[in-house]
Write a protein that binds this ligand. Structure first.
Ligand code: 6PG
Length: 478
């Protein structure tokens, strides 16, 4: 029997669809799942008649692979990945490759990479984005590991990935955890993109009293312009879906409690650890957290008061203002994500190409959007761009959007409508463009209560003041 080009462990929807995708591109794929029934069902169902080899024992699974072997894991992040690695390692030999295609936390990938490479095997931790459909028709793939490891997987990855203008949405990201780091930032941006859209929808619904049908039309219309993206497209679709039980828009029948699996929170935690400001990404995580305490919010809504009411100005103008607020905020959120990746690259000695990352996010993944071409152009123009906001194109967009952006936030505040991501993005912009912030006061306070010292505007050095001493005492220079 012909040997398989690659083996895939983990037949949940993403795993199954990746297998079907690989097979459709001419690869023979061996499959294994912890529960054998799942493998049987797949073999007798979707995999029937295809170049897919089901295996029911780990030994047989590995034996069905051509050498050097390639095994891709599509299992839940965390312990399950380590457990599967432990089970396959005894059957693998030097030069074989293990690929983790789940949403693993990048420190785990760094650890696994070094453990496995220490045994003479190769390891790739790769982001795979695009959900079920992407896995089947072409995801965006963000692989990290050694270049040697990537060379082994490159032809499979590039063939199964999405294509934009004929180019694969897959590029080598960098060593060890780089691929999973970039996927984590992708997800952080995904969280903020989603939250920003939610705020736009919420303003349309509550400040303007728009119907689902009207909102559907607005989002569909936006999808033809600067905001053209998968998430705007699915939002338009969602708004047109009726609940078969009540006949109401289905979205209005869904409980307002957001779930999360951790990647947005990891991105925010990493930003905190690296000291990089990603307020819009973090706000998007917090917005999910506050949504999750529904019972508490219900009780609070009976006790805490605030303004309410509808916007009384020109509706069409306000819709345009929401559009501009969304676009400007989105640019800030991407600026934060790219700044975070740049800081991580320094910290972990990765050398990512940000233009290429923007390119591979143009297709297949959840945040795919036309405007990523602009990000690519920004990095082509200046590969060491400190912040996307400084790129001439984005500078102009944000400049033009400002009056409307501010108006939306002011109106939301007046109407008591929460817009945490819009506001945090504007605060990020205003902070970043401000020459002198208020942090001089923080430094003074820190020095006052803890002798933490401060620097001065007019002289070099580190200073401490005895704040309670009489004023004639001079500052001490360390
Ligand atoms: C993707 C997605 C995916 C993620 C889901 C759910 O790129 O395909 O990012 O990897 O798991 O979006 O994430 P949450 O459950 O945290 O919302």
């Amino acid at each position: 029997m012909a040997k398989a080009d690659i083996g895939l462990w983990g037949l949940a929807v993403m795993g199954e669809n990746l297998v079907l995708n690989m097979e459709s591109k001419g690869f023979t794929v061996a499959v294994f799942n912890r529960t054998t029934q799942k493998t049987k069902d797949f073999a007798e169902g979707k995999a029937k008649g295809k170049n897919i080899i089901p295996a029911y024992e780990v030994k047989d699974f590995i034996a069905s692979l051509s050498k050097p072997r390639k095994v891709m894991l599509m299992v839940k992040a965390g312990k399950p990945v380590d457990m599967v690695i432990e089970q396959i390692l005894p059957y693998l030999e030097k030069g074989d490759l293990i690929i983790d295609g789940g949403n693993s936390h990048f420190p785990d990938t760094i650890r696994r990479c070094s453990q496995i490479e220490g045994k003479g095997l190769l390891y790739i931790g790769t982001g795979v984005s695009g959900g079920e459909e992407g896995a089947l028709k072409g995801p965006s793939i963000m692989p990290g590991g050694s270049e040697k490891a990537y060379a082994m997987a490159e032809s499979i990855f590039t063939k199964i990935s999405a294509k934009v203008d004929g180019r694969p949405c897959c590029t080598y990201i960098g060593d060890n955890g780089a691929g999973h780091y970039v996927k984590m930032v992708h997800n952080g941006i995904e969280y903020s993109d989603m939250q920003l859209i939610c705020e736009a929808y919420y303003l349309m619904k509550n400040a303007l009293g728009m119907s689902a049908e009207q909102m559907h039309k607005t989002f569909a219309d936006w999808n033809k312009g600067d905001l053209d993206s998968y998430l705007i497209e699915i939002t338009a679709d969602i708004l047109s879906k009726k609940d078969p039980v009540t006949g109401n828009p289905l979205v209005e029948m869904i409980l307002d409690k957001a779930g999360q699996k951790g990647t947005g929170s990891w991105a925010s935690q990493s930003a905190l650890a690296l000291g990089v400001a990603v307020p819009t990404i973090a706000e998007a995580v917090f917005a999910r957290c506050i949504s999750a305490v529904k019972d508490e919010r219900l009780a609070a809504s009976k006790q805490l008061s605030g303004p309410s009411g509808k916007y009384t100005g020109d509706k069409a103008e306000f819709i345009t203002a929401i559009h501009d607020a969304l676009y400007a905020s989105k640019i800030c959120s991407y600026a934060q994500g790219f700044a975070l990746m740049a800081a991580a690259a320094k910290e972990y000695s990765w050398k990512p190409n940000f233009g290429r990352i923007a390119m591979i996010w143009r297709g297949g993944c959840i945040i795919r959007a036309q405007f990523l071409r602009r990000i690519k152009e920004a990095f082509d123009h200046k590969s060491d761009l400190a912040n996307l906001l400084l790129d001439p194109y984005f500078k102009q967009i944000v400049q033009n959007a400002q009056p409307n952006w501010r108006k939306v936030i002011i109106t939301a505040a007046e109407l008591g409508i929460p817009v945490p991501a819009f506001s945090s993005a504007l605060n990020y912009y205003d902070s970043y463009r401000t020459e002198r912030l208020s942090a001089n006061m923080i430094q003074a306070q820190r020095d006052y209560f803890g002798a933490h010292t401060y620097e001065r505007l007019d002289r070099k050095g580190v200073f401490h003041t005895e704040w309670l001493a009489p004023p004639q005492l001079k500052n001490e220079l360390f």
